[in-house]
Design a protein around this ligand. Sequence first.
Ligand code: SF4
Length: 179
Amino acid sequence: MADKIKIATVSLAGCFGCHMSILDIDEKIIDLVELVEFDRSPLTDIKQVSECDIGIIEGAVANAENVEVLKDFRKQCKTLVAMGACALSGGIPAMRNHFTLEQCLRESYVNGTGLENSCIPDDVELPMLLNKVYPVHQVVKVDYVMPGCPPPADMIWNLLTALLEGRKPEFSAEDIRYD
Ligand code: SF4
């Protein structure tokens, strides 16, 4: 094994389910902590990504802040991994691509059941939504992908150990899921 490597992770338009799958590595997470150091990640309280060996992206790209964060990750991380169906293809967040942004906002905030005196939120603090949701590779170059919703913990473990050992990750047929 090489020296400790630095990993950053982020959830863009995702549900954190892929990050839960990282925790599903179970007791091997203790081995992982011996091997890696976490930079920006929901697992730490670091807000900005710095120079890292591996960046792992969960979720699709749905707003201007997602684009900015993703570009930062691409700039700072030697290897970028798209983790899970949302990052790979847009997944569930991209279901809104069948409608216009205006239709989605009106359905959610104006016409939805049980809403009274409703209005579409409009605050400078809110990130600007993109007209469409994009998979990660349509915004930046991606080095590896892990399909699945979420990818199984064994796949995440295999990818990390392969990269740690300087090998190209290879996944078994059982690990690869497109659900
Ligand atoms: Fe959640 Fe599945 Fe998307 Fe991962 S791929 S962020 S588990 S919906």
